[in-house]
Design a protein around this ligand. Structure first.
Ligand code: NAD
Length: 494
């Protein structure tokens, strides 16, 4: 993959409307996943940089116009942010593909979704209304206030889309923000300052601090001036963040890992189920929190499905992420690549039957490439069944009946998404109820209506984002009561 023209060689923080280096001058290098050679030097934020950013955000919150702006005025800015993203969509996709290894056609879809995140919350702000409670003697109404400075911590998979996923509702709510992007993929976030400035967002409302999770991320979580932390990332990191936030009693939104089941019953439309199962786990390089990484197939169709999956997986085009024909690109980082290969080895060692992939494709000598990998006869005791791999590896397991399907679907610590394929509607709804997942799709793949609650149960997260749920998170709802006549209060000491 060639380097995109005009690639920045240094990436700085953006604090109070200005690009700045770290207070102590610290930097780190970032590489692309195809050549694995550094392409830029990035400012490495620490507690002092976080403090500067939080101070700028707090000042913009208390003294600036943003939190109190009428909804229509705020929506205009949010729509201009969407315009600015759309105006750069090709560039965003190009940089994202270069930095993350995502196939460019899929990165384009993510850029479009990023703009949509802002349009959606622009619309929400102008249509938002609050509850009122009327009873014969008393009237109450809700006032909603932005929570303050929101800390946004994001992962390296679909980085730009996930950053906007948090930025849009936080800004729509009137919060000011400090964003800490993932250190492996800081490139597309470096476009956000010019996007925000072009749209007319006041200085200090949006602040960006690069750096590692242990330094910049931890400092943001520990900062007493940040009442909300929205985090997307690994379950183990989520645990660390919850513990670190506890002394401050911060509001937390935790979008964590997954190991979602795709349950295929014998009466399913096998053609569609196959397409969906393959796309569900191999799109976005399998680096997808809602990936249907465990395919559970009823015995009557198990062998047919395994054959279909293996045949099609072998044909998935792995290669240069910038090539529009590529279906599966390069995994984000050599460390992650090694981890995924470790799981492939674990699958072999534990006795799962490898029916497709399992190694670097022969035509790709360098880069973090893995062929689309399918393991059959995977047992629930195996690590590849229970642990999140977060790469292009899928496990296929047979089941005998509905009860066993449900038991297997629930046999991991996670509970993010589930996919159910059957023509029996009653069964589809029964299984949807019984499967422990925050989001279930029946006879369909992961298509999301932005109004719906997004999030997981069990180890997949805490709290919901999406639509009104996001606004609830970034605001405080307060109730005001007033009597409509005599208060009727008991007269103590009268
Ligand atoms: P990660 O947990 O390693 O890192 C995520 C972010 O947290 C990064 O910005 C990192 O720098 C920061 N971080 C790390 N340690 C920290 C600490 N101690 N304090 C504060 N911040 C810290 O996750 P990742 O490897 O970047 O992303 C992949 C994971 O994200 C997968 O588990 C995936 O399932 C999950 N994910 C979940 C969703 C969802 O919506 N549920 C969406 C996308 C990804």
């Amino acid at each position: 993959m060639s380097r995109p023209p005009g690639l920045p060689v240094t990436l700085k923080h953006f604090i109070g409307g200005t690009h700045v280096t770290s207070t102590d001058g610290a930097t780190f290098e970032v590489a692309d996943p195809v050549s694995n050679t550094p392409y830029a030097t990035v400012a490495a934020g620490g507690p002092e940089d976080i403090d500067r950013a939080v101070t700028a955000a707090a000042q913009a919150f208390t003294d600036g116009p943003w939190p109190g702006l009428p909804a229509r005025a705020k929506a205009r800015v949010l729509n201009k942010i969407a315009d600015a993203i759309e105006g750069r969509a090709a560039r965003i996709a190009e940089l994202e593909t270069f930095d993350t290894g995502l196939p460019v056609t899929q990165a384009r879809g993510q850029a479009a979704r990023a703009a949509e995140n802002f349009r959606f919350f622009a619309d929400m702000t102008v249509t938002l209304h609050e509850d009122a409670f009327s009873s014969p003697g008393q009237f109450g109404y809700v006032i909603r206030r932005p929570a303050g400075v929101a800390g946004l911590i994001t992962p390296w998979n679909t980085p730009f889309m996930l950053e906007t996923w948090k930025l849009a509702p936080a800004l729509a709510s009137g919060c000011t923000v400090v964003l800490k992007p993932a250190e492996w993929t800081p490139l597309s976030a470096s476009l956000l300052p010019e996007i925000m400035t072009e749209a007319g967002l006041p200085d200090g409302v949006f602040n960006l601090v690069h750096g590692t999770g242990e330094a910049a991320g931890a400092a943001l979580v520990a900062h007493p001036g940040v009442p909300r932390i929205s985090f997307t990332g690994e379950t183990s990191t989520g645990r660390t963040i919850m513990a670190a936030a506890a002394p401050h009693l911060k509001g937390l939104s935790m979008e964590l890992g997954g190991k979602s089941p795709c349950v295929v019953f014998a009466d399913a439309d096998l053609d569609q189920a196959t397409d969906s199962a393959l796309f569900g786990v191999f799109s976005l390089n399998g680096e997808r929190c809602t990936a249907g990484a465990r395919i559970l197939a009823e015995r009557a169709v198990y062998h047919a499905l395994v054959t279909r999956l293996a045949t099609r997986a072998e044909r998935i085009r792995v290669g240069d992420p910038a090539d529009p024909r590529t279906e599966l690109g390069a995994l984000v980082h050599p460390e992650h690549y090694a981890r995924v290969l470790g799981y492939v080895q674990a699958g072999r060692d534990e006795g799962a039957r490898l029916v497709a992939g399992g190694a670097r494709p022969a035509h790709l000598a360098a880069g973090n490439y893995l062929a689309a990998t399918v393991f059959a006869d995977v047992e629930e005791s195996m690590r590849i069944f229970r642990e999140e791999i977060f790469g292009p590896v899928v496990c296929v397991t047979p089941f005998a009946d509905e009860a066993e399907a449900i038991r297997l679907a629930n046999a991991t610590p996670y509970g993010l998404a589930a996919y159910i394929w059957t023509r029996d509607l009653a069964r589809a709804h029964r299984v949807a109820r019984a499967v422990e997942s925050g989001m279930t799709w029946i006879n369909s793949h992961n298509v999301r209506d932005l109004r719906t609650p997004f999030g997981g149960v069990k180890a997949s997260g805490l709290g919901r984002e999406g639509g009104p749920h996001s606004l609830d998170f970034y605001t405080e709802s307060r109730i005001v009561h007033i009597p409509l006549g005599d208060t009727g209060v008991p007269r103590f000491g009268a």
